[in-house]
Design a protein around this ligand. Structure first.
Ligand code: BGC
Length: 930
């Protein structure tokens, strides 16, 4: 168990970033720079380090985030060329960072300073080496694009590389990006070193400097294949539609595709990465038991610097009735830091069940089963998928690992890829019809439905009585009326005042009646890169998901997430909305930065490590987005049309690992439909597979304002009846649960019989079971554990704010119209007024505001604080384009106080802010009889 120590937290994050940096090339070697080297730093991103991508997954408020240049300067190990830096600084005065206007509108890259020949030559004359930093962002609602300045380098960036590589002997290109970029330029300009540093959170800039100066070694290996061209990726033809993406590449995602069909298209293989030393990897023979294979790799540091090596085990399963990829990752490990000459032996165990294929066609004679087809299973060990060497093979009899039942199969006919004939290990591409659905999930649901008894009335049981074993969950929930049940499936947010200020949602005890039954209010916050608190509270900004996957070190990631767990607990957040574990199907998915990899095993192991770490402190994570949220464009509606096999082996696999190995207890469904059902209303996904086949016992929430549908119908945000029927327990989010502000059809569904009371009780039980295990239960019962006590005394990360400050006074009428134009309304703006009032009493603050954002579902919060207390958050959606007024009560019980306005997003316009008295102190005293 750890204690909350911000210094240790930062140090561990810094180490994790170095462990995730992937060195693709290091001729010379250029890196690390020699002690005292003079270094010229190029690229404007040296001043605006991207700590994460954009959208909910990156909105962590932190203090100052040091840039890479600051890191280099602070290192004392190298001398940063001051003249070049000054030239950039003066150019930036007229070319400030462009945040874009509103949600999802931050540009992918920032305009680059054009470089004159003279500037580059002069810098080269003064320096020993150059660093060129290229920055990129993308994120929620904003995919990357195969355009210059996004996936491709911008013209000015190419000019910069050409000039710098042409004039410096030693050049290191540093890529501060969420995911992979086009890399054709490496061969064109031939920089000596190329280093992916991803987006490393608040400590990222410092950690990158550690790597460049050799204080730390780059420990990362690619969690995705880098192909020669974007068009080479197997999903290239089927990415980016508005309405429907077919998945004809089937299970052949990432290296599974390239190694089977197109090895020549790979520039940098999956698992590849250099470090500052060299290693020899020797493998031993395979030891076999009935259920698993064991292997060992002896790793020796043969170079002259310390370092860690990642060893990967791949399996080639026999081509049988079912096609197989030429390689599939089945185990991996990382050495400790080895000194030159030192050796470590890594051991691997591969359960044969992990090598099974899912037969969705019946070709093996065992439809809907995980099957190990008879034949030779060959194992390869190495330091990337391409160079991994054959260790040996195991011949297995045909074995049915697990017989399941068909679920989530497609209804739209399409052909899918499978290997044809092989020449030299490379297969021709063949296509076969994808097996279609034969069982209607709605019939299955109707057959299995158990009716509930009517409401038993209030018997005085509290949720704690269930915890203490005095009553069963069913007896407890029988007390809830249908109206209570309709309320409990509604989560409230954003920024519900019932939970930690500025967080994404409250759930469970959201009405007085539910609270009176002893059901606490749970709190969830975005995620995944740290705690998002839109009221401006500071939190720790974590490295992004891709970076963490590239560490290939679930143990280290778990250790880091122990601090996250403590921080969540300290902030009274029960579940983080993360990790995001969608598969990197295509490099242009804007949220790849939040997700881990193209490989399901690596993704699942990372997620499990994070969850197990959070669980040590009683909190958890909400794995998301279940499933196939493979692109951001039209993410609410774009349907994934996909085989059941590809779902099971690739897109659901990481969730299955997180459930079975990580003990996941909260899941967020995706916005998109899968094979005819919006995820939140997919009975097969949530009931047949998740709860039934995987034995999941936790709760399921929708993504924010997600749609649900009845079979054959369009998705609707109001169709909570379909949602509950599928066993998606919570609709996230409504402003007020009790008033059914979003007019959902829960009550109507109950009265018409399209959903049963038993189904509501089932969801209420899932939510209550979650709450019983969460710190919310302790909070409600007023129990302060030793851990909570220690955390309340531990230092906080919220080191106050640096708000702009104005001073104002009320007039003779005890009212005050603020100059709204003084209030910063761009993302992150904090404006504070020192207010003096003439008359003490109860005031109200009236804000008149509207959205200027183009996107209807943008979340636009403006939080208002009196002194350090949150008065409330006015959250408009992008669709609220007409002027609205929002009021907050202000207690004017002392003559002076502060009012602070914090804009968490750009995209709101503020027309008026008025403070006016409601009741004087004298009137209040009279009213309360004093
Ligand atoms: C995102 C989720 C996020 C939620 C709450 C949604 O738009 O897709 O990942 O957790 O908003 O902010």
């Amino acid at each position: 168990m750890k204690i909350f120590d911000p210094g240790a937290y930062a140090a561990l994050a810094r180490r994790t970033v170095a462990e995730g940096c992937v060195l693709l090339r290091n001729d010379g070697p250029v890196l690390p720079f020699a002690q005292g080297a003079k270094v010229a730093v190029f690229g404007r991103s040296q001043f605006n380090y991207y700590k994460s991508g954009t959208g909910s997954g990156g909105l962590v408020n932190t203090g100052h985030v040091p840039s890479i240049t600051e890191g280099l300067e602070a290192s004392g190990a190298v001398k940063v060329d001051a003249k070049l830096k000054a030239e950039y600084e003066s150019w930036i005065v007229d070319h400030p960072f462009d945040e874009g206007q509103g949600w999802a509108n931050e540009p992918w890259y920032q305009e680059e300073m054009p470089l004159s020949e003279e500037t580059v030559l002069a810098a080269a004359g003064r320096s020993d080496a150059a660093v060129v930093i290229l920055g990129r962002t993308a994120g929620e609602d904003k995919d990357s694009s195969n355009l210059e300045g996004s996936y491709l380098l911008a013209g000015a960036e190419r000019d910069m590389l050409k000039a710098v590589c042409g004039n410096f002997e030693k050049v290191a290109v540093v890529l501060n990006t969420g995911g992979i970029l086009d890399m054709k330029w490496v061969e064109e300009y031939k920089p000596g070193a190329v280093l992916y540093v991803w987006q490393g959170g608040q400590e990222g800039g410092l950690a990158v400097a550690d790597v460049l100066t050799g204080k730390a070694a780059p420990g990362g290996r690619l969690s995705d294949t880098i192909a020669k061209d974007i068009g080479d990726y197997p999903a290239a033809e089927n990415f980016g539609s508005e309405s429907r993406n077919l998945y004809p590449e089937d299970i052949y995602v990432g290296y599974r595709y390239f190694e089977t069909f197109a090895p020549e298209k790979v520039l940098y293989p999956f698992g590849f990465g250099l470090t500052y030393t060299t290693f020899d990897v020797k493998h031993t023979s395979i030891s076999v038991t009935a259920a698993q294979a064991g292997m060992e790799a002896e790793v020796t540091n043969t170079g002259s610097r310390p370092g860690r090596q990642v060893v990967q085990v791949y399996c080639e399963a026999p081509q049988g009735k079912l096609g197989k990829p030429a390689r599939a990752l089945c185990a991996f490990g990382k050495t400790r830091e080895l000194a030159p000459g030192e050796t470590e032996t890594l051991s691997f165990t591969v359960p044969f069940a992990r090598l099974a294929s899912y037969d969705d066609s019946g070709a093996t004679g065992r439809k809907s089963a995980w099957v190990l087809e008879a034949g030779e299973y060959t194992f390869y060990i190495g330091t990337d998928v391409r160079s991994a060497k054959k260790v040996g093979s195991v011949t297995l009899e045909e074995t049915v690992v697990e017989q399941l039942e068909e679920a989530c199969a497609p209804v739209t006919a399409f052909d899918r890829l499978r290997p044809g004939t092989s020449e030299g290990g490379v297969y021709t591409k063949e296509y076969e019809p994808t097996p279609l659905r034969t069982v209607n999930p709605m019939d299955r649901r109707n057959e299995r439905l158990i009716k509930a008894d009517p409401c038993a009335g209030d018997k005085g049981y509290k949720l704690s009585d269930v915890a203490e074993g005095k009553v069963t969950m069913d007896e407890f929930l029988a007390q809830l009326t249908d109206a209570d049940l309709c309320c409990i499936v509604r989560g409230e947010g954003m920024c519900s005042p019932k939970v930690t200020p500025g967080t994404a949602g409250a759930f469970g005890g959201v009405t007085k009646r539910l609270l009176d039954f002893g059901i606490p209010t749970g709190c969830c916050a975005d995620g995944p890169s740290g705690i998002r608190m839109d009221c401006g509270t500071h939190a720790f900004a974590m490295p992004n998901g891709t970076l963490m996957a590239c560490t290939f070190d679930p143990e280290l990631v778990g250790e880091l997430y122990e601090y996250e767990g403590l921080e969540l607990r300290k902030n009274k957040v029960d579940t983080l909305l993360g990790p995001g574990i969608n598969i990197h199907r295509h490099p242009l998915n804007g949220r790849n930065f939040e997700y881990f990899s193209e490989d399901p095993l690596l993704t699942g192991e990372m997620a499990a490590a994070q969850l197990l770490a959070l669980h040590k402190y009683g909190v958890t994570g909400t794995i998301k987005h279940f499933a196939c949220n493979s692109q951001e464009f039209h993410r609410h509606d774009v349907e994934a049309v996909i085989s059941e096999r590809a779902l099971r082996e690739i897109y659901l696999k990481a969730f299955e690992i997180a459930v079975k190995e990580g003990g996941a207890r909260s899941i967020m469904t995706s916005y998109n439909p899968i094979n005819g059902f919006w995820s939140a209303s997919s009975y097969d996904l949530l009931t047949t597979i998740l709860h039934g086949q995987w034995g999941y016992k936790g709760m399921v929430m929708t993504d924010w304002w997600a749609k649900s549908n009845d079979q054959g119908q369009e998705g609707e945000r109001t169709n909570t009846a379909a949602m509950v029927r599928a066993q998606n327990d919570l609709y996230m989010v409504v402003p007020d649960s009790e008033s059914n502000a979003l007019h959902d059809n829960s009550a109507e569904g109950l009265s018409k019989g399209t959903v049963d009371r038993a189904e509501f009780i089932r969801s209420a039980a899932n939510i209550c079971n979650f709450l019983l295990q969460s710190p919310a239960m302790l909070r409600m019962r007023g129990i302060e554990s030793e851990l909570d006590k220690a955390l309340s005394e531990a230092p906080s990360l919220d080191d106050g704010d640096s708000a702009e400050m104005f001073y104002v006074q009320t007039g003779e009428d005890n009212a005050l119209d603020f100059d709204a134009s003084l209030i910063g309304m761009s993302k992150g703006d904090n404006t504070r007024f020192g207010v003096s009032i003439k008359e003490q009493g109860l005031y109200k603050l009236i804000l008149t505001l509207r959205s200027t954002d183009q996107n209807d579902v943008s979340q636009l919060p403006l939080s208002v604080f009196q002194d350090r207390n949150l008065l409330g958050t006015a959250t408009l959606t992008g669709a609220q384009r007409d002027w609205e007024t929002v009021e907050f009560n202000v207690m004017g019980f002392s003559g002076n106080f502060y009012l602070r306005f914090f804009a968490a997003q750009t995209g709101l316009e503020l027309k008026g802010v008025r403070l006016e008295i409601v009741k004087t102190m004298a009137e209040l005293q009279k009213e309360f009889g004093q």
